[in-house]
Design a protein around this ligand. Structure first.
Ligand code: NAD
Length: 295
């Protein structure tokens, strides 16, 4: 069993750290939110008073923070962890951030002899709680082999996408495609509804035709077609519009850095920005369906 430091115990990090405790690891935790730290220590983790203490003697340090500025400041900021990590500690950053920042942090740590992978996740809060997340890892093969057994305690599918930063690129490609599929599925369903079609029947027809896709099959955006998904529960998240809009911002940055043409991604980003401007930021991302409603 390993000694693991975990920093960032929010909606995702909390349940992920809990699964590491359940797996029998010695887990030291820190979050700026004291309540989140207390909850984890009630469940068997050791509470630390700052991130430096979390990193002391750790085999692995895992971070799950909101955005790039938090990750950069944690590792490279004034008195950042780069000054405190032992050279045998492996750093795993699971936050969703831009690939350039992941590369900057990872390469800077690697230059100091500290191994790093970016390992953003897919699967949401439910996947974090169930330990069924998908991890998309960027880093050297030898480091990937070291982190894989630890990630297996929190996830079901662990992919090695390439070198440092590649995990973030793959994650953002997936989420850009997901947003386009969600918008396209919503548009098609609404057109059918406007012609008097039953959305359940139309969904079945498209599911057995060439329009079949994940959003239509497992996350249908039209209320009442699938009972257990956010659209049938007032678009309670799930995966928030605000987070999808953030990821589409990262996708546009990645497109710019690589000179990639992403016209559909750009349009999708605009649609999600419109949704945010209508006050739907905290709703599930499938609520884009409502943008296409005939008023
Ligand atoms: P969250 O806001 O619930 O949690 C973030 C936590 O980090 C908070 O508890 C905050 O107090 C803590 N924090 C911030 N700065 C800190 C610091 N310097 N030191 C210690 N703690 C600090 O966010 P979340 O939903 O858990 O998401 C975390 C990351 O996972 C994000 O990058 C998000 O895009 C990504 N993600 C989220 C989901 C989802 O469904 N929520 C799914 C996939 C990926």
């Amino acid at each position: 069993m390993a000694k693991i430091g975990f920093i960032g115990l929010g909606n995702m990090g909390g349940p992920m750290a809990r699964n590491l405790v359940k797996a029998g690891h010695e887990v030291n935790v820190f979050d700026l939110n004291q309540h989140a730290v207390s909850e984890l220590s009630d469940d068997g983790a050791t509470a630390c008073k700052n991130s430096t203490d979390v990193a002391k003697g750790a085999d692995f340090v895992i971070s799950m923070l909101p955005a790039a500025k938090h990750v950069t400041s944690l590792y490279l900021g004034e008195d950042g962890l780069i000054n405190h990590l032992a050279s045998n500690t492996v750093v795993i950053d699971c936050s969703t951030i831009d690939a350039a920042s992941a590369k900057h942090v990872g390469d800077t740590l690697r230059d100091k002899g500290i191994a790093f992978v970016d390992a953003p996740v897919s699967g949401g809060v439910a996947g974090a709680a169930a330990g069924t997340l998908t991890f998309i890892v960027g880093g050297e093969q030898s480091v990937f082999e070291k982190v894989e057994p630890v990630l297996n305690n929190m996830g079901k599918n662990i992919f090695h996408a390439g070198d440092i930063g590649a995990g973030q690129v793959a994650k953002i490609c997936n989420n850009m495609l997901l947003s386009i599929l969600m918008a396209g599925t919503s548009e098609a369903l609404q057109m059918g509804i406007n012609h008097g079609l039953d959305p359940k029947v139309l969904s079945q027809i498209m599911l057995n035709s060439s329009g079949r896709n994940w959003t239509l099959e497992l996350y249908n955006p039209c209320p009442g077609v699938i009972e257990s998904v956010p659209s049938s529960n007032n678009y309670e998240p799930g995966f928030m519009v605000d987070l999808m809009a953030k990821d589409l911002g990262l996708a546009m940055e990645a497109a710019q850095h690589s000179g990639s043409a992403t016209p559909l991604g750009a349009m999708s980003k605009n649609l999600y920005t419109m949704l945010q401007n209508q006050g739907a930021g905290k709703q599930d991302f499938s609520s884009i369906f409502t943008l296409f409603e005939k008023k």
